[in-house]
Design a protein around this ligand. Structure first.
Ligand SMILES: CC1=C(CCC(=O)O)c2cc3nc(cc4[nH]c(cc5[nH]c(cc1n2)c(C)c5CCC(=O)O)c(CCC(=O)O)c4C)C(CCC(=O)O)=C3C
Ligand SMILES: [Fe+2]
Length: 367
């Protein structure tokens, strides 16, 4: 398979602690300059300590990498795959230095973050800039291209839909047909949501993209089961100061309302997360499921895509698609839902950094 002009693929992720001593320095990395209170940090630290100081995210990425390398080999795509994190080892800067030492000339980047917003897109692009400009061959040791957003790629939505079907099937039969599909994603400040996406689209891309995926998944589920389950989008993992508005409702608050209004069963669908991050194993599996238990709601949490073969193959599809684009060839771009495939290079002003708009970022249009 022709992957020219690329000679490397780079997986970029968030990173997480792996032992108790890592937790505080990890949290300091994440929150440097972000104005998160001491109390919130201690609270989030407790979530990590509850799991032995080890986030699931790095192991998830290791198994994703294994599956990805096997998929590429099996399909005759000969390209080395690297891995670097924004907030914990292996750090992006070290990986970029290694790639340069290995003679990489042009790398395609896949991030473990599917949607538009400053936190889920531009911040990754800023960190790529920082890593590349710290490399020995700076300012441009090699060219970096971020693969397009994949939240609406069928290789992402199909595993989610299957996971919802499996979760429904696992609910007691007497409440299964009335179960509500509660799609959950990471809350962000409303100002970050309002400015997400390209300025020309008027903002709100983060929320709109999630609603689009939720509708696609709910429709697939209805087609399979013959039951039109009600669905909605809620949020988890709010932080920041209480005076700053973040996207609502919080999953636990909403579960209270639903139970009070007579709902008897829910499927929690962590559509904002590509694998079982701490938000999934703590905020949903620990906290939200305890809320359901207390309220007498029958509940299941749907699996995340993780290393599902279709999600792994999405990386190969996007890599080959972009390689063809860069060679000047016509390509078909897989996408479901009503928004359609997004751009290869983020438009100017997309998902702005509202704290420091002067920070440079890679992988965007220059003008
Ligand atoms: C949109 C979004 C995603 C999804 C996109 C993506 O995947 O990137 C995401 C992912 C993640 N967030 C993570 C962890 C944390 N996020 C924090 C803080 C924050 N997240 C924010 C947003 C997001 N975060 C925001 C607006 C803040 C406030 C501070 C700021 O403006 O930057 C804090 C500080 C404590 C706190 O405030 O809660 C922690 C520890 C982990 C690792 C989990 C693990 O270990 O498995 C992952 C995958
Ligand atoms: Fe976060």
């Amino acid at each position: 398979m022709d992957v020219r002009p690329y000679d490397a693929l780079l997986l970029v992720s968030f990173g997480g602690p792996e032992k108790p001593e890592d937790v505080v320095p990890f949290l300091e990395n994440v929150t440097r300059g972000r104005g998160i209170s001491r109390e919130r940090l201690e609270e989030v630290g407790q979530h990590y300590f509850l799991f032995g100081g080890r986030s699931p995210i790095n192991d998830q990425n290791r198994s994703f990498l294994d599956a990805l390398r096997a998929d590429l080999t099996e399909h005759g795509v000969d390209i080395p795959v690297y891995w670097g994190n924004r907030n914990w080892a292996p750090y992006l800067a070290d990986t970029v230095a290694q790639m340069e030492a290995d003679g990489v000339t042009r790398a395609a980047v896949f991030t473990t973050s599917a949607y538009s917003s400053y936190s889920s897109c531009r911040q990754y692009r800023e960190n790529l800039y920082d890593a590349v400009s710290a490399a020995p061959g700076a300012p441009e040791p090699f060219v970096v291209d971020k693969l397009r957003h994949y939240y609406n790629h069928p290789g992402f939505t199909e595993p989610v839909a299957d996971a919802v079907l499996a979760a429904l099937h696992d609910l007691p039969e007497d409440v299964r047909a009335e179960a509500r599909l509660v799609f959950v994603t990471h809350s962000i400040p409303t100002a970050m949501n309002d400015s997400s996406g390209p300025p020309s689209a008027g903002g709100g891309a983060y929320r709109a993209q999630h609603l689009d995926v939720a509708a696609v998944v709910a429709e697939r589920v209805a087609a399979e089961t013959g039951v039109q389950h009600e669905h909605e989008l809620v949020f988890c993992s709010r932080s920041g100061s209480p005076q700053v508005p973040w996207l609502e409702p919080d999953v636990n608050d909403r579960l209270e309302e639903l139970a009070a209004a007579g709902t008897r069963a829910v499927v929690l669908v962590p559509v904002g997360f590509v694998s079982d991050h701490m938000e999934v194993v703590y905020d949903l599996d620990t906290e939200a499921l305890a809320t359901c238990e207390r309220l007498g709601l029958a509940a299941r949490r749907a699996a995340t895509p993780g290393d599902d073969a279709r999600f792994v193959a999405t990386v190969r599809d996007l890599l080959l698609e972009r390689a063809a684009v860069e060679r000047g060839e016509e390509v078909a771009r897989a996408a479901v839902g009503s928004i359609g495939p997004l751009w290869d290079r983020c438009p100017v002003g997309c998902c702005p950094n509202l704290r420091d708009g002067s920070r440079p970022a890679l992988c965007g249009e220059v003008s």
